[in-house]
Design a protein around this ligand. Structure first.
Ligand SMILES: [Zn+2]
Length: 111
C-alpha cells in the first residue's frame, strides 16, 4: 500500500531506528514510546489484521515471535518483555499494517 507509513519505513522512504532486519521482518523503535523500551516488529509484507493470516503469514508470525525471543538480551529485555498486538480502531491500532509492540525495560502494569 503506497500510503502505509510502515511500508514506507520498510522501503527506507521514511527513516526509522532499526534494531533488527532480515528479508521478511523489521524491528525498530516506536517513535512514541510508552515504556522504557518500546519496539515494533513488523512483517515486510503489507497486511493489516490477524484475520488476514494464511499459512505463510501464520508461519511468519511465529518466526517473528521466535526472533524477538532470540534477541531478548540484545534488545535489552533480559528481565522480561510484553508483546501486544492491537487489532482495530477500538483497540488503538493506529497503523493498519500488522505490528507487534515489544514493551519492556521496566515494570509494566500487571508486572
Ligand atoms: Zn504497510
Amino acid at each position: 500500500m503506497n500510503d502505509c507509513i510502515f511500508c514506507k519505513i520498510v522501503k527506507g522512504e521514511i527513516p526509522s531506528q532499526k534494531v533488527y532486519e532480515d528479508e521478511e521482518m523489521l524491528i525498530f523503535k516506536d517513535i512514541a514510546p510508552i515504556a522504557k523500551i518500546h519496539l515494533l516488529c513488523i512483517p515486510k509484507e503489507h497486511f493489516a489484521y490477524l484475520s488476514e493470516l494464511n499459512d505463510g503469514r501464520r508461519a511468519l508470525l511465529g518466526r517473528m515471535i521466535e526472533k524477538i525471543a532470540s534477541l531478548q538480551a540484545e534488545l535489552g529485555l533480559k528481565d522480561g518483555y510484553r508483546l501486544v498486538v492491537n487489532q482495530g480502531d477500538s483497540a488503538g491500532q493506529t497503523v493498519k499494517h500488522l505490528h507487534i509492540h515489544i514493551l519492556g525495560g521496566e515494570t509494566l502494569p500487571w508486572g
